[in-house]
Structures are given as structure tokens and as C-alpha cells.
Design a protein around this ligand. Structure first.
Ligand code: MG
Length: 259
């Protein structure tokens, strides 16, 4: 099931995306599906006529995982850490499909990082690995946008990864997905710049959720970014970056500068 959050010009609403690619429609549902069962209202709209929004606004946090693909760790100039390397992005960094990523004046080197994102369904802590499916609501595409120069100069990553608009999520949440071996592609102005597979993650989705839940209480709507494959690189203002994950869809965002 593909759960979208969208607007027709007024308040955000949720719906289930149905139909084949290019001909999808959205069947509206009541309320927020994180907190109530799926009940259709009977209203429908063509996907092309709706404006998709970030499919979830994390209630408390986005947890990022650094260097979870060996080839990416190598391109960053080191080995992958033995244990998952965690960082936080504020929920104010989240934007939706099509929303501009605003490149801040403090950085001259803004990079894309295409990633699989996990959306948490319920409050949980210390989740055993065999119970992981009980706490996962679904999956979406993410761009873990990073000011690479500030990441280097600051030594820790809050500023480099935390700017407003540095966490595009979307286009919707896929609730039924085996994440064991999915193609994950990033395109910059149409050119494929990352071409990875989730099978190459060092720590699996289940292992990451368990590990993260041993540190933080996770709340419904919290998001875990699972790391980026090799091929990260810079974006210049005016370019568009797409993150496509097999079985989910395409997240596309323009990058702009306002100064
Ligand atoms: Mg990342």
C-alpha cells in the first residue's frame, strides 16, 4: 500500500495511491493513518492534480546513519565504522516532493545523498530484531542533503545536515516492501550519479532499527535514514536531484539559492 500526504490547495490530507505509473489516482482516507485504521472517504483525485507533501512529518526526530555502504565509506576516505554511526537531523529539515532544497549561503559544497528511509509506526524502545516488523510503518525515499564543506570544518554534523529543507522525503510511504535487495538510484539533472543496491548495506534495516531503539525511544512518525551508496557529489543551484528506489517510486527536488 502506498500512503500519500497531499493537498488540493487546502489542509493536508492522506490517501492511498492506486493505479499504474503515470496513471495513478489517490483514494482519500480519514485522518492520519499512523494513528487510526484505513477508512476510505470515497473521494478520489488524480495524482497529477494533487500536490504531494512530505508523507510524514517526524514527531520528534530523523535519525541518520553514516557510512552504511562500504564503497561510500571508502570514497569518504576511510573504513566503515564497526557500529552504526548515528546523527540527528531536525524535523524542521523535512520537505516534500518537488519542494526546493535551499542551498545556504554558509556552504559552497552541497551534496545529495540518496537513501532508503524507514518510518516508525509506534512508540518503542529496545526492539528485539525479531519484532522489527511490529514497529515499521513503511518506507520512503530520502535525500540526506549535506553541506560537505561544513561537515569537514565542523567535525560533527548537526549544521552540515540540519539546514531547513535538507531532508526531502517522498513521494509516499510504501507499507509492503522487502528491503533486502532493492535498486537505489540517484539522478542529477537526469544523469545517474548513484547506482546502488540495499543488499550492500553493512547493517540491515532490522539491525539499524534495533540499534537505534537501544539509544532513543522512537515515536510514531520518526524516520531512520539508512545511509547512502557510493557516488555522492555536489549540486549547483538550478539542478534537480531525483532519488528512485525500486518498489517505492521517485523523489524529485530542485536545488536553489536565494542569495
Ligand atoms: Mg547520509
Amino acid at each position: 500500500m502506498r500512503i500519500a500526504r497531499y493537498t488540493l490547495g487546502e489542509d493536508p490530507t492522506y490517501g492511498i495511491v492506486q493505479g499504474e505509473r503515470g496513471e495513478e489516482w489517490i483514494a482519500e482516507i480519514q485522518g492520519d493513518p499512523l494513528y487510526q485504521p484505513i477508512v476510505f472517504t470515497g473521494n478520489r483525485v488524480l495524482l497529477a492534480e494533487a500536490r504531494l507533501l512530505a508523507p510524514v512529518i517526524p514527531r520528534s526526530k530523523v535519525i541518520g546513519i553514516g557510512k552504511n555502504y562500504a564503497e561510500h565509506a571508502a570514497e569518504m576516505g576511510g573504513e566503515a565504522p564497526k557500529e552504526p554511526l548515528m546523527f540527528l537531523k531536525p524535523n524542521t529539515a523535512v520537505v516534500g516532493p518537488g519542494d526546493p532544497v535551499v542551498m545556504p549561503r554558509q556552504s559552497k559544497e552541497v551534496h545529495y545523498e540518496g537513501e532508503l528511509a524507514v518510518v516508525i509506526s509506534r512508540m518503542c524502545k529496545d526492539v528485539p530484531i525479531e519484532k522489527i516488523s511490529d514497529v515499521i510503518f513503511g518506507y520512503t525515499c530520502a535525500n540526506d542533503v549535506t553541506a560537505r564543506d561544513l561537515q569537514r570544518s565542523d567535525g560533527q554534523w548537526s549544521r552540515a545536515k540540519g539546514f531547513d529543507s535538507f531532508c526531502p522525503l517522498g513521494p509516499w510511504i510504501e507499507t509492503d516492501l522487502d528491503t533486502g535487495d532493492l535498486a537505489i538510484l540517484t539522478r542529477r539533472d537526469g544523469e545517474v550519479v548513484q547506482d546502488g543496491r540495499t543488499a550492500d548495506m553493512i547493517h540491515t534495516v532490522a539491525a539499524l532499527v534495533t540499534y537505534v531503539s537501544q539509544v532513543f525511544t522512537l515515536l510514531p512518525g520518526d524516520v531512520i535514514l539508512t545511509g547512502t551508496p557510493a557516488g555522492v557529489g555536489p549540486v549547483t543551484a538550478g539542478q534537480r536531484v531525483e532519488v528512485e528506489i525500486e518498489g517505492i517510486g521517485v523523489l524529485s527536488n530542485p536545488f536553489i539559492r536565494r542569495d
